[in-house]
Design a protein around this ligand. Structure first.
Ligand SMILES: Nc1ncnc2c1ncn2[C@@H]1O[C@H](COP(=O)(O)OP(=O)(O)OP(=O)(O)O)[C@@H](O)[C@H]1O
Length: 384
């Protein structure tokens, strides 16, 4: 998988697609004209996903994660101005008509939202809703076969006694069980891509890891690529292969989970991990991120993170850094001082992210590290 941002000099950084490429997003830009001016919500995001791969998109509220996903699904309001390219299995989706997009949404790309009730119809049983999805996209499938498959799917996503629960209505299920049903609906037609937007945020901590496991099961069963959107880096540890960190509508760091957790090279990522380096007093413990993200209306020039960044220098106020490859292939950072960060802060970063990662790894259901406190949780293969 490749993740890119259109760099400041305008060149895309995507490598050539392969026959397993299912989704290619290139230089995606989304603007919302409003009474107060134009909100530049997404400013040149790109990534490419192969079958079975998973990408975590992480960032604070307002960084453009959901708008990016909605643009891919063609679900933005008509007033949105969308540019760039979104290709699903080679077909350009931007500009495609509503009915073609709706077909792709029903079978090719599944989307799972934070609140399962936005996807479920309260007046039909959960089994009926899974069956409807199956029948709509599989001409010739009998009702009986659809019902059997619905029971299978409920079992696969971890609903106990699925043959009985298939006749339950959404209000008879807990929030976690409803989200499992939504995952079952999403995987019913063997999608090539599953996009999950904050799928665990509304749920109890104890249920979150089970839902992430159910998503992973859905990915394994269907072979789909998974995009997992979250504000919580702990959620991606152990559940995605790669991570793209978003800030102010752009990808500002991307790499493997290990790159992001062991050697983050963008101060904002350190902020998400729980701490920022004090460059003025190197002996001090790292300090938590402060301030809030910028308004995407009339964004000033320079690095949008500069006002919150302890490494800020004059150049940061002038030039927005491009997303550039670091010392590691596949690990990119949009920071003028990415190398300096590695040189001066690596030990402290390791120590502090390690402490955080341990707690986050437990939340995400991973094993606590034995020899290294900073080891992110490994992929979990056991079903919920
Ligand atoms: N319909 C709209 N009109 C105007 N601005 C919008 C609209 N939808 C989103 N935005 C703005 O786009 C920006 C990106 O929003 P987005 O929802 O993608 O952020 P996010 O990272 O997903 O945050 P959250 O986790 O809170 O959903 C925000 O500044 C938001 O206010």
């Amino acid at each position: 998988m490749t993740v890119s941002g259109r760099s400041a000099d305008g060149r895309a950084e995507l490598a050539l697609p392969t026959e397993d490429t299912v989704l290619e997003v290139d230089d995606l830009r989304v603007e919302f004209p409003t009474e107060d001016g134009v909100v530049r919500a997404v400013r040149g995001v790109g990534y490419r996903l192969e079958r079975g791969e998973s990408l975590g998109i992480v960032g604070e509220s307002g960084s453009g994660k959901s708008v990016t996903a909605l643009a891919v699904m063609g679900l933005l309001p008509k007033t949105a101005r969308v540019a760039g390219s979104v290709r699903f299995q080679g077909t350009e989706l931007l500009g495609l008509g509503d009915s073609a997009l709706s077909d792709i949404r029903g079978s090719g790309i599944a989307m799972i939202f934070q609140d399962p009730m936005t996807s479920l119809n309260p007046v039909y049983s959960v089994g009926h809703q899974i069956e409807e999805g199956l029948l709509r996209h599989n001409a010739g499938l009998s009702r009986k076969a659809a019902r059997d498959r619905a029971v299978d799917l409920l079992g696969i996503v971890g609903i106990p006694h699925p043959a009985r629960r298939v006749d339950d209505y959404p209000h008879e299920l807990s929030g976690g069980m409803r989200q499992r049903v939504v995952i079952a609906i999403g995987m019913a037609n063997d999608p090539a891509v599953i996009i999950a937007d904050e799928p665990t945020t509304a749920l109890d901590v104890t249920v979150q890891a089970q839902i992430l496991d159910a998503l992973e099961t859905a990915r394994d069963e269907t072979g789909a690529a998974l995009v997992l959107i979250t504000h919580d880096l702990g959620v991606v540890a152990g559940h995605t292969d790669r991570v793209a960190v978003m800030y102010a509508g752009r990808v500002v760091e991307t790499g493997s989970v290990e790159d992001i957790f062991y050697t983050p090279r963008m101060p904002y990522t350190l902020g998400l991990l729980g701490s920022l380096p004090r460059m003025d007093r190197a002996e001090e413990r790292l300090t938590p991120i402060t301030g809030s993200p910028p308004s995407l209306l009339n964004l000033p020039p320079g690095c949008p993170f500069a006002p919150r960044c302890p490494m800020r220098e004059d150049v940061c106020d002038r030039d927005e850094p491009a997303l550039r490859t670091t010392a590691h292939a596949g690990h990119r950072s949009a920071c003028h001082f990415a190398d300096r960060l590695v040189d001066t802060a690596a030990d402290e970063v390791f120590e502090v992210t390690g402490a955080d990662t341990e707690a986050l790894a437990r939340l995400a259901g991973g094993d606590a590290p034995e020899d290294s406190p900073a080891r992110p949780a490994g992929p979990r293969k056991d079903p919920a």
